[in-house]
Design a protein around this ligand. Sequence first.
Ligand SMILES: C[S@@+](CC[C@H](N)C(=O)[O-])C[C@H]1O[C@@H](n2cnc3c(N)ncnc32)[C@H](O)[C@@H]1O
Length: 276
Amino acid sequence: MAYESMWETGGAVAAADLRPDIPHPARRYDYYLGGKDNFPADRAAAEKALAANPEFRSTARANRGFLTRAVRCVADRGVDQFLDIGTGIPTAGNTHEIAQTADPAARVVYVDNDPIVLSHARALMAGSGSGRTTVIHADLREPDALLDSVRAADLLDLTRPVGLVLAAVLHFLRDEDEPYRAVTTLLDALPSGSHLVLSHGTADFIPAEIRDRVTGVYDQATAPLVGRTRAQVHAFFDGLDLLDPGVVTVPLWRPDDTPAPGADRVSMYGAVARKP
Ligand SMILES: C[S@@+](CC[C@H](N)C(=O)[O-])C[C@H]1O[C@@H](n2cnc3c(N)ncnc32)[C@H](O)[C@@H]1O
C-alpha cells in the first residue's frame, strides 16, 4: 500500500493484506518480545524456531537493547532526524521515543514492507514530544523507490545528517537481493555527518545442525533468514567511520550494565558508524 493511500484510509490496512496464514517476520519478532500482535501461523513458526534455537527470544531482547543505546548515542551526537527501515511492530522503546527523549523535536520516518506494521501506524505516531513521525510502506530491496517515498513524505531534510537505522532487517535480504547495494544507495542519499545504526543476525556461534533447522523454518515464511559472518557484517560499514567498540555482538555494544555470561556469543552483531 502506498504512503498516500494509507492516509486516504486513515491508517487502516485491509485485512486481506495481512495474510494471517503466512508467518511474517514482524509478527514473529513481536511474539519473541512477548507482544500480542501475531496470528497462530506466526506463533507456530516462532515456536518451531524457538524449539530449534531457544536463544531467539533473548537475542530479540538483546537487539532491542542495542537499538535503544545506539539511537540514544546518535541522538546525543546531535542527529535529530531518523530513517528507521524494518521498523517492526511497536513495542516499548521505539526509535522516535528514544530520539525524542534526547530532542523532543526529533523527526522519524519508519519504513516497513509488512502491512501489519502499517496497521499500527497510529500507535507509532503517538510520540510524547513535539517531533513528527510517519510510517511508509516500502521495501528495502528497492532502495531507490524507498527513497522516493521518503522524499514524498517530506518529513526529513536529506541535506542535513540523518540517523539511518537498519536493525535486525538486513538478514531478511538474500545475497541476490543485493543488501550491500541497498545500504550504499541509502547512504549515498545522505550527507556527511549521517550515522548508520545496524544490527544483523549471525550463525557464527550456532552449530551447523541447529542452523539448518532454523533456516528450514524461516524458508517456509515470507522472508528467509540469512545469517552473515562478522566480516560480512563489517563490510556494510565500508567507507564509514566506525564508533567504538566497532562490530560486536549486540549486548557488548556500549552496555549500560555488566554483560551477562555468554554475551559474546549472542547471534546478532551490531555497530554504529558515521559517514565522513
Ligand atoms: C526482526 S524485525 C526488527 C524490528 C526492529 N527494527 C528492531 O530491531 O527491533 C524485522 C522487520 O523488518 C521488516 N522487513 C523484513 N524485510 C523487509 C524488507 N525487505 N523491506 C522492509 N522491511 C522489511 C519486517 O517486516 C519486520 O518488521
